[in-house]
Design a protein around this ligand. Structure first.
Ligand code: SAM
Length: 228
């Protein structure tokens, strides 16, 4: 069987239906095949003992790898059109976000998100965590109005024309909150409100980035760019 990582909360010895199906139908697993299982705290080498479904496994060896940024990293992207948030959730998970919660802003075209879409985004986060070797799957939460954002200890808001650069203001050892606007940008009063809540406006360069590119660029500067 090809190398595989399966998400198995609690490392209970039984895979979920979804994980079992992947192992059986895509990877054609057989009894005795080995793969990796993980949950929020542990990773382990496992061996298939029963095909089921559900697939049952036994743990051969367990360890605790360090793949997290080391501080909480909350990403608040504005609600975006179509399926653009999938790209944001996938990349943000790879880049170490611990929480992703879309914001309903003045210029967001969609003003809500259905239950099905939220579940799809949560599934994207699980897949991206598996792919990137993370143990912790970021929380993906239903959208909230920008006004409901609480005050943060350290926040950065991507804003066209801002003077500060991430490297000038970032303290990588403090919990971090990041906000990015929708296709139509933040309204000025929204940027002011974010500043009142502890967010510093930062520039991501001279070009106008798509909202999803901006979210990924901002997060990359704060985590990958710091070697975290
Ligand atoms: N016309 C919009 C405006 O004036 O804000 C453009 C919005 S841009 C497509 C979407 C979001 O990406 C912006 O609200 C901002 O958060 C972020 N963004 C894009 N390019 C950026 C840049 N060069 N610097 C900082 N933030 C940027």
């Amino acid at each position: 069987m090809r190398p595989h990582r399966a998400y198995s909360p609690g490392l209970t010895g039984v895979l979920s239906f979804r994980e079992s199906r992947h192992l059986l139908e895509v990877l054609r697993a057989q009894v005795g095949d080995r793969f990796t299982v993980f949950d929020a705290e542990r990773e382990a080498l496992a061996e298939v003992v029963e095909l089921g479904p559900p697939v049952r496994y036994r743990i051969l060896e367990e360890w605790r790898p360090e793949r997290e940024v080391g501080v909480e990293v909350a990403l608040y992207p504005a609600l975006l059109k179509g399926d653009k948030l999938s790209e944001v959730v996938r990349s943000a998970t790879e880049l170490g976000a611990t929480r992703i919660q879309p914001l309903i802003t003045r210029h967001s075209v969609p003003k809500e998100m259905g239950e099905g879409k939220l579940r799809r985004l949560q599934a994207v986060a699980v897949e991206a965590a598996k792919q990137s070797g993370r143990l912790r799957v970021p929380e993906v939460l239903p959208p909230m109005p920008l006004k409901a954002l609480p005050a943060v200890e350290q926040g950065l808001v991507a804003h066209l024309g801002a003077r500060s650069l991430v490297r000038e203001v970032l303290d990588p050892l403090k919990p971090l909150a990041l906000a990015v606007g929708p296709e139509g940008g933040f309204a000025e009063e929204e940027v002011e409100l974010l500043q009142e809540r502890g967010f510093t406006p930062v520039s991501l360069g001279r070009r106008i980035l798509r909202a999803e590119t901006a979210a990924i660029a901002l997060l990359a500067l704060c985590t990958a760019g710091e070697g975290r």
